[in-house]
Design a protein. Structure first.
Length: 303
């Protein structure tokens, strides 16, 4: 297997933590809420999922507990920002720090322990294709994340629920005037975003790299937040961005496998360098920055 085949085979799995967390953040931001605590929510989900799986609870229960735990922590963010109209940036950073602290506390006795991952599922016919066949051999969580991406795109594009969420984010006063509860919609959006971050963290700790190590999320939450801006708040573009960052994160391993004499620290920093470059390009263009942007993002709602 050459470097390109290796990257293609692992791209979707590497992209899944980014994609799940970014989809959750997309829903929250579409509702007008900026939650910068995704990194901590992912870390909490990672440790809760790992503990449940390590104790014999199974992967399904591990994902459920991870999603619920991160959703509960995100509701604390909702309580502070929506109930007391606290600054969303400061509250999100505080929740992120709290989540990382809790993950370090809960995972202290599980440091460096491992669990069994999930088997790969191959798509008949497609998995035998030369060069790109590995792209179609993935675990079930990857396939579910792809289905969730399509479902979320359809909800925003064609459903009344998606229209309500978008209306709350674009013009909350108008949405309130026609009878929709802005606070309720935003609370549910925040909880959904927290649960998706928890799923993303659990995938990282019990499937993608089935071990626990403090700090293993390693900035994935921040990249997921950047992905929402990178994708200009559109589901399809966020998926493509997640695949790009997944591929970039594997380039370091591919380079090392081919014997390329490049410092490992530089290779491991590639995803973050790409993030900075992309955000710099988008921020330099006012048209790109406003493209599909949410009008009331980060602004508190007052009746």
């Amino acid at each position: 297997m050459n470097a390109i085949e290796f990257i293609l085979a692992g791209m979707l799995a590497a992209a899944t933590p980014f994609l799940l967390a970014a989809l959750g953040e997309l829903v929250a931001e579409r509702a007008g809420v900026l939650n910068l605590g995704v990194e901590g929510l992912m870390a909490l989900g990672a440790v809760l999922g790992f503990i449940v799986v390590y104790q014999g609870g199974g992967h399904l229960l591990g994902f459920v507990v991870a999603g619920l735990g991160s959703a509960v922590l995100s509701l604390l963010f909702a309580f502070v920002t929506l109930g007391f109209r606290a600054n969303q940036v400061a509250a999100g950073l505080a929740i992120g720090i709290l989540g990382q602290g809790l993950s370090a506390l809960f995972g202290k006795t599980y440091e460096s322990l491992t669990v069994r991952g999930l088997p790969k599922l191959a798509l008949p016919g497609l998995s035998e294709l030369p060069a790109i066949g590995g792209l179609f051999v993935q675990d079930i969580v990857v396939w579910i994340s792809l289905a969730a991406t399509l479902a979320l795109w359809a909800i925003f594009a064609y459903s009344k629920l998606g229209l309500i969420v978008r209306a709350v984010g674009e013009n909350p006063k108008a949405a309130h005037a026609i009878g929709y509860s802005v606070i309720s919609v935003r609370v549910l959006a925040i909880a959904f975003g927290g649960a998706m971050a928890g799923f993303a963290g659990a995938y990282a700790s019990v499937v993608y790299t089935p071990l626990w190590a403090d700090g293993m999320i390693a900035g994935r939450g921040w990249i997921a937040i950047a992905l929402v801006v990178f994708g200009t708040w559109l589901t399809g573009r966020i998926f493509l961005g997640a695949c790009l960052f997944g591929a970039v994160s594997l380039m370091g391993l591919a380079a090392q496998a081919t014997g390329l004499d490049v410092p490992s620290q530089l290779l491991s920093s590639l995803p973050y360098l790409v993030t900075i470059i992309v955000l710099g390009i988008i921020s330099a263009s006012r048209r790109l920055l406003k493209l599909n942007g949410v009008a009331s993002l980060g602004e508190p709602f007052e009746r």
